[in-house]
Design a protein. Structure first.
Lengths: 132, 293
């Protein structure tokens, strides 16, 4: 099948994940979720906290990311992020802790709308992870 | 002429030094492999980041309104220099080379009558610079506690630099570090990170100028990306630095071990000679004593 393309997730320390044959990737782009299929137009965007879903023929991978940049070019999707973990290895205690931390930040400080939005997103997506 | 006992003592002491340098060399070799691996693994991230920024900055039409991190403040008054060195010594010319490079840059700045601010990362850099530039050092950072270089540490440095930039405490920022070429060679580097230095060697192929879709628009992405790029560049420098440090230490310790070996050989010959000399002397005394009877 030729409906597949290459995806690569890199964090500063190493190449975190890479797969040559994925059929769809759903990324939490800053202005809303975005599904990317083969032959998508070249695009650069950045991420808000949320879940990246990578769908290939027979498996589905889910990663939680906090921020990052995506670039899609010539059927090659690169995701650059500094904070990422696989949902399979998610630790519930850890997640709950970061939810509490984020809520504290939200309450205490005066943030501009942009940062507020990002933290709200973070709490929301972490909560949904923790529930599932 | 040292006595036999003295020589013996010296030989043992050189031998034990040799043992230490040999052990350090082996440790450095093991660490080098890891550091090198890390440096290589870290490269794709910073390269990709660079590429994206390059593409973006080409696309920015309105240069005047774009981020100050990209085009600079328009002034050239205060320079901030981030000097990255090791926390430990005994690694040959590693620290000295960076410091030398940094110092010549500092002198340049001073000659031009500009203000200078220094951030040192790593103990050795601070130790060597405090003598001449105590007042210019605004912060010293060390990551002695963290075993491996991680992005979190680099981000701390990056945040600090960015805060200072936002408070308009400097206009131009340089980082100094050693680039790892191979085990024998490390090249001290000076890199301008604010405003961003475009690599001039970049050949502008046609394919580089792909029209990207941007979401949200270029400016917003760029504003989001540039601060991250600072931390990324610092992180890259730290990785290169740690590989260089281990490489440099390995070579230095290898040399030290060899020198110690040569010294032991030389001392052993001297020891044997003087032992033989004293035996001969005793024999002569006995013989001449017997003859006179």
């Amino acid at each position: 099948m030729s409906e597949e393309f290459k995806v690569e997730i890199v964090n500063p320390e190493k190449s975190f994940f890479s797969d040559d044959n994925v059929s769809e990737v759903i990324i939490p782009a800053f202005e809303g979720e975005m599904g990317i299929l083969k032959d998508h137009i070249s695009i650069i965007s950045f991420l808000k906290p949320g879940v990246i879903r990578i769908l290939s023929k027979n498996l589905e991978e889910k990663f939680y990311v906090e921020d990052g940049i995506v670039e899609f070019k010539d059927n090659h999707l690169s995701v650059l992020t500094s904070s990422i973990f696989n949902l399979k290895n998610a630790d519930k205690v850890e997640i709950d802790k970061s939810i509490r931390d984020a809520e504290k930040i939200l309450k205490n400080s005066e943030l501009d709308d942009n940062k507020k939005f990002i933290i709200e997103q973070k709490i929301e997506s972490l909560k949904s992870i923790s529930l599932s | 002429m040292p006595s036999l006992d003295d020589l013996k003592k010296r030989i043992t002491s050189v031998k034990s030094t040799q043992k230490i340098t040999k052990a350090m060399k082996m440790v450095a070799t093991a660490k080098l492999r890891k550091a090198q691996e890390n440096a290589e693994k870290g490269r794709p991230y910073s390269e990709k980041m660079n590429n994206i920024i390059l593409n973006l900055s080409n696309g920015v039409a309105d240069k005047d309104n774009s981020s100050k991190l990209l085009v600079g403040t328009g002034k050239d008054e205060t320079h901030l220099c981030v000097v990255l060195t090791a926390d430990r010594g005994l690694c040959g010319g590693f620290n000295t080379n960076i410091i030398k490079k940094a110092k010549s840059h500092f002198e340049d700045i001073k000659k031009k009558g500009k203000n200078l601010k220094i951030i040192t990362v790593g103990m050795k850099g601070y130790d060597q610079l405090k003598r001449n530039y105590e007042n210019q050092i605004i912060k010293k950072i060390t990551f002695k506690e963290s075993k491996n270089i991680n992005y979190f540490d680099a981000e701390k440095v990056g945040k600090f630099v960015l805060d200072k930039f936002e408070n308009q405490e400097f206009d131009i920022c340089y980082i100094f570090y050693n680039q790892f070429k191979n085990v024998m060679t490390q090249i001290p580097q000076k890199q301008k990170i604010i405003p961003l230095q475009k690599e001039n060697t970049e050949e502008t192929n046609e394919e580089e100028n792909i029209n990207y879709e941007f979401e949200p628009d270029e400016d917003e992405i760029l504003n989001n990306l540039l601060p991250k790029n600072i931390s990324t560049q610092i992180f890259k420098a730290m990785l290169e630095n740690s590989a260089s440090e281990q490489g440099s230490r390995m070579t230095a310790m290898d040399n030290a071990t060899r020198n110690a070996g040569e010294l032991v050989d030389k001392l052993s010959i001297e020891y044997n000679r003087s032992r033989q000399a004293s035996i001969t002397k005793e024999l002569i005394e006995i013989i001449s004593g017997a003859e006179s009877l």
